[in-house]
Design a protein around this ligand. Structure first.
Ligand SMILES: *[C@@H]1O[C@H](CO)[C@@H](O)[C@H](O)[C@H]1NC(C)=O
Ligand SMILES: *[C@@H]1O[C@H](CO)[C@@H](O)[C@H](O)[C@H]1NC(C)=O
Length: 987
């Protein structure tokens, strides 16, 4: 400005301002339109702050506006990532010169109606990617003759693709991916002869349909991305006509048949993705003609035959053939590609040795050839490019030493070489590779000590080296691996004392050291082992007493100290543990067995200790108690009782035989841990006075056994009409569930199934369900926020375990506060997953269809309405609802929310309205943010409330309840997100 006032530029200024006033007059209407739209949009990030009228302010300088150079008319508006909220601003189309309108990555909501759109027929490009638009796709009026780009990706559009989408004469780019479309793939799209990019992918809700042969008419296509839209049938031969195609993605459909030979005509193809279909047959040789090909993924199909020399000669960057039925050797020539980064061949039947030069000619990063029949030595140069991070070769027959070059391979972080025939010493440097996270080498013939250099691998989370011939002492440096979750050194020849500092490994969950030659005492000071669930020190030479501190480990459920030389009495503290596996047998323990362990149930775990005595178990010496006559009397009495019971049982048995009672069992019984009871102990207690609940799948009884153990026994409806196949399904699910051991999951201890017995017995949870506690009279410790937070975190752990650590992953399908139970410490335990639903399906199948909705009202993820499929992400949604319940104390369908509103809508609206109300004074961080007082449970003790933490949990809950599954975090991420806040609140 100052310089412009100097005499010479003054002239220019005058000319300019004359010109400007001419333009301003010309576009004054457009300026008004922009200002009006500004008032209609919510702009929390202030990206429209420079949209203000004022002298000499041309809108051409405003954010997002582009004008024509010559006459300053507005031709393009790009508000991508402005963070604006509100309905589609069709008003902008009143700017007659506007060609392109781009509103990607905002929160545009509401619907897109034909009426709104009719203003916009002069547009060349309309882009609304990743917004929140709902409803059906609009019909476009015929006036839309100039449209070249239509991008409606990642919204919540539903319904069919309208017929008018086949009538854009100039359309080059059409993107509808990531919506909730329900119609088929329409043939009329093949009329769009100018199309270069078609992306409809990830509409898993679409109706199964064929890929029409006319797709071959779209000869200008460069990108055809139509994965996960329920395509069926064959890949049409005409696909070969798409000679301009660079990227073909048909993955995650149900395509069947063979790959047509014509695929070899796609000379421009750089990427072909066909994974997860039902394709079969041999790989067509014509693939070898695809000289531009870089990435090929044919995984998860049923391809057979060999991997031909010609195809292997392609200059691949990434080649994935995993999960097929391929066989024969892998041609050496595959190692010649100078670009090869990723090679996935796992789960096939490949044999022979790996190409000797693999890794020699490229920066190989990710090699997975696991579960094949490979033999021979590992190639020497896998890490020649200093880039190898993932080396996965397990379940083969590789032999020989680990190549020395791997010891220099600093980039390695995921190493799974278990279940081979590898031998020789593991070098110091290999043990200390600094980025290692997983190192699994078990079941080989590797030898030598664990090097002290292992301390350099301080990010290790899993170290399994069992079943080798490693020897020497474990170095104390192993205690530096503070991230370690699983350590298995079992079945080796380790000796000497265990470094006592190992008790500092605070993330350890499984410690297996059995079958070695360890000596010395079991370490004490175990208070850091708060996560330890499994401890196996059996078959060693440990001596000294059992540390009573073991009884304080909060989640230990597997304890095996058998076959050592342990002495002393059994600490009473051990009775505090809830054990699935308990074994102290074959030691030198003596003294009286603590009453909590003096049951038949534990007897096998106590045998082989000649010095132990028991007042209860016949297998063990009785304790000498001659001093007390009353006790003697008691012993005599109990012997009498035992005799009496014995004879009664004997009588009953005889009677049963005589009267043809229970000649054979009509059902089978499975127990998943040492249980001291059988079905006959349970049956008589299934009476009305023990009934505690009645659910969708049956009655639940509280059963107290003679041992004192209390069970929740679920007796399922129906039964006599079960088909043998469904019985098998049921049984295999039961096996899976029975194996689950996690501190936040209710244990299935016993199950019985068959014609006249359909029973599941779980551990009984004293404090009932979270739902009852929150919505009933008895809040208990849940008056405090901290207790609620623990429930949130604990149940997240349980669900994450089901989703990520179980094989196969278990989708709960009915996450709700009534299925989160609380034990005596008010620790949450996830209950009632999977199983009951299988049974309901079973019962329902009598009527031909599944009568039962998966999930409970108020917790059901919105996509269920369209997909009728329940995925992990549906559990995440339901879990988000539980989080909201914990914060608000309200039921998911509380009547106070009003017509058609649930807790998610109610909280979302409350959260939005309070954030927008603090627009102006952003500096005052205290006052801004969500006004929690409106939504938090008024019954919570205000002095314990940590608003920062509550707000964070609220944010996690809102993420979990995102309308679109893809936006929801995984349960593992949820755990992290919840945990992340802990330090903040404890500062
Ligand atoms: C509008 O979009 C079309 C198609 O993407 C593009 O070719 C053109 O350059 C854009 N025009 C402006 C002014 O940005
Ligand atoms: C769209 O969002 C705005 C502001 O966020 C809100 O006020 C309005 O109710 C929403 N409209 C619809 C139809 O959801």
């Amino acid at each position: 400005m100052m310089t412009l006032l100097a005499p010479k530029p003054l002239l220019i200024l005058c000319t300019l301002s004359f010109y400007f006033s001419y333009v301003m007059a010309f576009s004054a209407g457009d300026t008004q339109i922009l200002l009006r739209v500004k008032t209609q949009l919510d702009d929390p990030d202030g990206n429209l702050n420079d949209w203000v009228s004022g002298s000499n302010q041309s809108p051409c300088n405003w954010s997002g506006i582009t004008c024509e150079q010559k006459n300053f008319s507005i031709v393009s508006i790009d508000m991508s990532r402005f963070g604006v909220y509100g309905g589609f601003p069709a008003e902008l189309c009143r700017i007659r010169t506007l060609q392109n309108l781009t509103l990607n990555f905002n929160s545009i909501n509401g619907t897109l109606s034909t009426k709104l759109l009719s203003l916009c027929s002069h547009l060349q490009a309309l882009e609304l990617e990743e917004n929140d638009i709902v409803g059906e796709l609009p019909e476009f009026p015929p006036e839309f003759t100039g449209l070249r780009v239509l991008n409606l990706k990642m919204n919540n559009f539903t319904g069919d693709i309208p017929a008018s989408f086949g009538r854009f004469p100039q359309l080059r780019v059409l993107k509808l991916a990531g919506n909730l479309l329900t119609g088929p793939f329409p043939k009329f799209l093949t009329n769009l002869s100018e199309l270069t990019r078609l992306d409809i992918a990830y509409n898993p809700t679409m109706k199964p349909s064929l890929l029409p042969p006319e797709i071959g008419n779209l000869t200008n296509l460069q990108e055809l991305v139509i994965f996960n839209i329920n395509l069926t049938g064959n890949i049409p031969d005409s696909i070969g006509n798409l000679v301009s195609l660079r990227n073909l993605d048909l993955s995650q459909n149900s395509l069947s048949g063979t790959i047509p030979e014509s695929i070899g005509r796609l000379r421009s193809a750089q990427q072909i993705e066909l994974y997860l279909n039902r394709l079969y047959g041999e790989l067509p040789d014509s693939i070898a003609n695809l000289t531009s090909l870089q990435n090929l993924d044919l995984s998860q199909n049923g391809f057979t035959g060999k991997f031909s020399e010609r195809i292997a000669g392609i200059r691949f960057i990434s080649l994935r053939l995993a999960d097929n039925l391929l066989e024969g050797s892998v041609p050496d020539i595959v190692a010649n590609s100078p670009d090869l980064v990723q090679l996935h061949l796992f789960n096939n039947s490949f044999s022979g040795s790996l190409p000797e030069n693999l890794g020699r000619n490229s920066a190989l990063q990710d090699l997975d050839v696991s579960t094949n029949k490979f033999t021979g030595e590992l190639p020497q140069h896998l890490c020649y490019g200093k880039n190898l991070s993932s080396l996965v070769i397990f379940w083969n027959q590789f032999s020989g030493n680990l190549p020395d070059t791997l010891s220099e391979c600093q980039s390695l972080n995921y190493v799974r070489i278990e279940q081979n025939e590898l031998s020789g010493q593991v070098s110091d440097k290999f043990w200390g590779l600094p980025l290692l996270i997983h190192l699994r080498m078990h079941n080989n013939r590797l030898s030598g000590p664990v090097s002290s250099s292992i301390s350099f691998a301080n990010g290790l989370e899993a170290l399994t080296i069992s079943g080798n011939v490693f020897s020497g002492q474990l170095p104390p440096q192993i205690c530096k691996l503070s991230a370690l979750v699983e350590l298995d050194v079992s079945d080796n020849q380790f000796s000497g004392e265990v470094p006592s500092c190992m008790t500092e490994l605070k993330n350890l969950q499984k410690l297996r050291m059995q079958q070695n030659l360890f000596t010395g005492e079991i370490p004490r000071h175990l208070s850091s082992w708060t996560q330890l669930t499994e401890l196996n020190l059996s078959k060693n030479r440990f001596s000294g007493p059992i540390p009573p501190e073991l009884g304080d480990l909060p989640v230990l459920n597997y304890l095996d100290l058998s076959d050592n030389s342990l002495t002393g009495e059994i600490p009473v503290d051990l009775t505090k543990l809830k054990l699935g596996q308990f074994n102290l047998s074959d030691n030198k323990l003596y003294g009286e067995i603590p009453t909590g362990l003096d049951y038949e149930l534990f007897a096998p775990g106590l045998l082989g200790n000649p010095g132990l005595c028991s007042s209860n178990l016949k297998q063990v010496h009785p304790c000498q108690r001659t001093k007390s006559p009353t006790l003697l009397l008691a012993v005599i009495l109990s012997i009498c009782v035992a005799l009496l019971v014995g004879s009664v049982l004997w009588y009953l048995k005889i009677r049963a035989q005589v009267f043809g009672g229970k000649a054979k069992r009509l059902y089978s019984v499975t127990s998943f841990q040492r249980v001291g009871f059988n079905e006959d102990d349970v049956f008589p207690s299934l009476t009305n006075e023990n009934l505690i609940a009645t659910g969708g799948s049956g009655h639940v009884y509280r059963v107290k056994l003679k041992s004192g153990q209390v069970l929740a026994v679920k007796k399922l409806w129906g039964g006599s009409s079960r088909k043998p196949e469904s019985e098998l399904v049921f049984r295999s699910e039961v096996e899976t569930l029975g194996r689950i051991r996690h501190g936040n999951i209710v244990k299935l201890v016993f199950c019985c199934s068959g014609e006249d017995c359909r029973i599941l017995a779980y551990e009984y949870m004293v404090n009932g369900s979270l739902g009852d506690a929150l919505h009933g009279e008895k809040l208990g410790p849940l008056v405090d926020w901290a207790a609620r937070f623990n429930v949130a975190l604990g149940s997240a752990h349980g669900l994450a375990y089901l989703h990520h650590d179980c094989v196969p992953a278990i989708v709960h399908r009915d996450v709700k506060s009534n299925n989160i139970l609380l034990d005596e410490e008010w620790t949450p335990r996830v209950a009632d997953f999977g199983l009951a639903k299988t049974l309901e399906r079973d019962v329902a199948s009598g009527h031909g269809a599944m009568s039962q909705i998966a999930g409970s009202y108020g917790y059901i993820a919105p996509e269920y309405a369209y997909t009728l499929k329940v995925t992990e992400k549906s559990d995440v949604y339901s879990f988000g609802v539980v989080l909201l319940e914990l914060i608000t104390g309200k039921r998911p369908n509380d009547l106070s929310f009003g017509e058609n509103k649930d807790i998610v809508k109610w909280v979302t609206e409350a959260a939005l309205s309070s954030t927008s109300s603090c627009d102006g004074d952003g500096e005052n961080a205290e006052g801004c943010g969500i006004d929690l007082s409106q939504i938090v449970d008024p019954r919570m003790n205000p002095t314990t409330m940590d608003f920062e933490e509550i707000e964070n949990v609220l944010n996690v809950a809102l993420l979990c309840t995102s309308a679109f599954p893809i936006n929801r975090p995984s349960m593992r991420r949820v755990v992290e997100l919840l945990k992340d806040q802990k330090p903040a609140s404890q500062k």
